[in-house]
Design a protein around this ligand. Structure first.
Ligand code: FAD
Length: 447
């Protein structure tokens, strides 16, 4: 056990806890058998942005793990929850398989991915990760070690998918992978001068591709409001590689070019002027239109992972990643949110727009059919008011915010956005009546 101070990826609201590194079921059971009123919580790689993976004054359970088996015919992998997507990709890609869903970083654990029911650039086609989980091994407060599937206990299964670690500790999972022919992506890029054109392009072309996402510039306003660059991608076939390069490419290489040192993190490096300069450069350097470019998996899915600890660039006060989704028929909320942010002028350049497909069955899962916008907002004095205003817009439109990113919202915003919250609460009281599993997020949002 060690005493630690941990925070989310946004580095706001650090919390002191005791961390227990657990290698097996018995050690997790031992930790949760003696939990005081400050509770316990599983923690993965700490890539949730706010306070979802911390429990101040409580016990944190860290897990190590391994890939248990991969069925080469069905592509079903059984994997410990402490394994990261990075480790999994290194094992499965050379064998011709890919994770069904990956977030924008490969440094998340399987446990963290399931607890947040993560979505990727393919949500419009493949849904979130919960749709690909065949069963879970979970340690709950009441029943101890249980195997749960959508057939054996649908309530507990779908309360755990997206349940932010509050139904118990996920120990391992059976996950269906997707087959790939090569470790390369075939990518189409288009740049658009305003938000209307950008959204129109996504509506008309998303269904032609497995993956789709757009970067949006929030530093410009007026007729250029929401200008951006959309990329669509598909796994490249081996025929395409032979035609394009004259040889088959099998290797999967993912590396970090450099890491931002700790001392940089004491000052805010990202300022308004360099966010504007970066956004201008990023927009101008994108092609007007380019089709069929071959890119590696890390370049297409995880470009930010090339720089370690990039979150330190936001300085000591950290940043909030605000992500919301609104129904398909409310694109106006995206436009209004962009207008608000452009007016407030925070130093913001990592903004992502995406269209989700249908919602899955997770009771607290974030994705629902519609538009999702993600913005990195550095903590400054007026940020609370801006976020409060955005929350109101999202609530009014019948949308919701993403718990894995949240660090400052209110119980009202969450209960308005998650209509199955009470159903989830009743499952949670069944499996954890004494509230052993808690987080700073669950306390703040009165989950
Ligand atoms: C650069 C970047 C890009 C991202 N892009 C996306 C994206 O595209 N889509 C997306 O959906 N998310 C995205 N995320 C968010 C990230 O995928 C989620 O926050 C994910 O949960 C982080 O996993 P983790 O292992 O770091 O978990 P942590 O952050 O450590 O924990 C997150 C939650 O999972 C719970 N948890 C962790 N392990 C377990 C376990 N074994 N059992 C039970 N509960 C557990 C924790 O209690 C906590 O509530 C991104 C994050 C970053 C930093």
């Amino acid at each position: 056990m060690s005493d630690v101070i941990v925070a989310g990826w946004g580095r706001t609201n650090p919390a002191r806890s005791s961390l227990y590194e657990c290698a097996n079921q018995q050690s997790v059971e031992l930790v949760i058998s003696d939990v005081g009123e400050r509770g316990a919580l599983a923690r993965g790689l700490g890539r949730s942005y706010g306070d979802a993976a911390q429990v101040s004054g409580g016990k944190l359970v860290g897990l190590t793990g391994r890939i248990i088996s991969l069925d080469p015919t069905s592509g079903v992998v059984i994997v410990d929850a402490g394994v990261s997507i990075d480790e999994l990709l290194r094992y499965i890609v050379p064998k011709g398989w890919f994770v069904p869903v990956t977030p924008g970083t490969r440094y998340v654990t399987i446990g963290g991915a399931i607890a947040a029911d993560i979505h990727g650039k393919n949500h419009h086609r493949d849904g979130s990760i919960g749709a690909w989980i065949e069963s879970l091994n979970l340690i709950t407060a009441v029943d101890g070690f249980v195997t749960v599937s959508p057939a054996s206990d649908p309530q507990l299964f779908w309360a755990t998918i997206g349940g932010m670690g509050l139904t118990g500790v996920i120990m391992s999972a059976r996950i269906k992978l997707i087959p790939i022919d090569t470790p390369l992506m075939e990518v189409t890029t288009q740049r658009h001068n305003n938000i209307d054109d950008l959204m129109e392009a996504m509506v008309s072309k998303d269904s032609d591709h497995r993956y789709s996402v757009a970067w949006v510039d929030t530093t410009v306003s007026g007729s250029r409001l929401g200008r951006g660059v959309v990329t669509w991608g598909d796994h490249a076939s081996s025929e395409r590689i032979r035609v394009g390069r004259g040889r088959r490419v099998r290797k999967y290489k993912a590396s970090q070019r450099f890491s931002v040192p700790e001392f940089i993190g004491s000052r805010r490096t990202i300022r308004r002027w360099n966010a504007v300069a970066f956004s201008e450069f990023w927009f101008r350097s994108a092609p007007h239109s380019r089709a069929d470019e071959l890119q590696s998996i890390p370049k297409f899915f995880h470009p930010l992972d090339a720089v370690g600890n990039w979150n330190r660039l936001y300085g000591r006060r950290g940043f909030v990643q605000y992500q919301f989704v609104v129904p398909d028929d409310r694109p106006d909320v995206v436009v209004t949110a962009l207008r608000c942010v452009a007016r407030e002028r925070p130093a913001d350049f990592l903004n992502v727009l995406k269209r989700f497909g249908d919602a899955g069955d997770g009771m607290l899962s974030f994705p629902m059919r519609g538009w999702t916008l993600t913005m990195d907002l550095p903590v400054t004095d007026g940020l609370g008011q801006l976020i409060h205003h955005l929350d109101e817009l999202v609530m009014e439109a019948g949308g919701r915010i993403y718990l894995a990113k949240d660090g400052c919202s209110s119980p009202q915003v969450v209960s308005a956005g998650y209509p199955r919250l009470n159903e989830w609460r009743s499952v949670r009281s069944r499996v954890d009546p004494d509230g052993i599993f808690q987080s700073d997020l669950s306390r703040r949002l009165e989950l």
